[in-house]
Design a binder for this molecule. Sequence first.
Ligand code: HEC
Ligand code: HEC
Ligand code: HEC
Length: 142
Amino acid sequence: MKKKLLISLICAAFLSLAAAPMLSAADAPGDDYVIPKVEGLKFKDKDGKPGKLQKLVAFPHSKHASVECAQCHHTMEADGGAIKSCTEAGCHDSLEFRDKDNAKDIKLVEVAYHAQCLDCHKDLKKEQKPTGPTACGKCHTK
Ligand code: HEC
Ligand code: HEC
Ligand code: HEC
């Protein structure tokens, strides 16, 4: 009886290993990675003229190795381990700019990124732990 249980446990372990997408830090882009420009993102008017978009943002994956891939790439399990861009995945695909009415809409690229990146950096800063940039110009550098 015990032996049977052990064998089925070992089988289950192997099966789940085979099924799990085996992505590791080695599969993440290198630390010169810059989050690609979101094509077609709308500008916010400033005094009747189109305002400027922010500079692009660098994202060094290796500095975030303590965060599970799937915490950010949260569709990868459903997609069989494939990593889609945040706008392609059908999640944060609104190309509108942030305004009064949609300031909390997680479909907005800007809201999604700031909620994830900025909030974690701010929380860690409050806890006086090592953290990433929290100032606009320290993230939007590229
Ligand atoms: C803190 C959030 C975060 C974590 C953790 C994270 N990533 Fe990413 N990753 C991103 C963002 C943001 C992008 C850019 C997505 C986009 O272009 O829409 C990205 C892009 C990628 C890309 C490039 C996709 C492309 O075609 O440009 C790959 C591959 C990737 N990540 C793999 C990984 C792997 C493997 C892990 C775990 C070891 C991981 N990521 C962990 C946020 C994260
Ligand atoms: C769960 C928390 C968490 C999330 C989510 C997160 N970060 Fe960070 N970030 C950190 C920590 C912690 C560090 C400091 C790492 C270190 O110094 O080793 C850091 C460092 C950084 C740095 C500075 C790296 C350097 O070379 O000094 C940048 C840039 C950065 N993060 C950008 C981002 C962006 C962009 C996102 C969203 C796609 C993001 N982070 C999401 C925790 C997080
Ligand atoms: C932790 C890094 C980080 C900080 C700090 C940060 N942002 Fe962002 N922001 C991003 C990321 C990542 C995106 C989405 C990717 C992109 O659009 O380049 C984004 C998108 C945006 C967008 C929409 C896209 C664009 O290019 O215009 C605006 C506007 C914006 N941020 C403004 C700001 C302002 C204003 C501040 C300061 C209050 C700020 N951000 C602070 C990471 C950051």
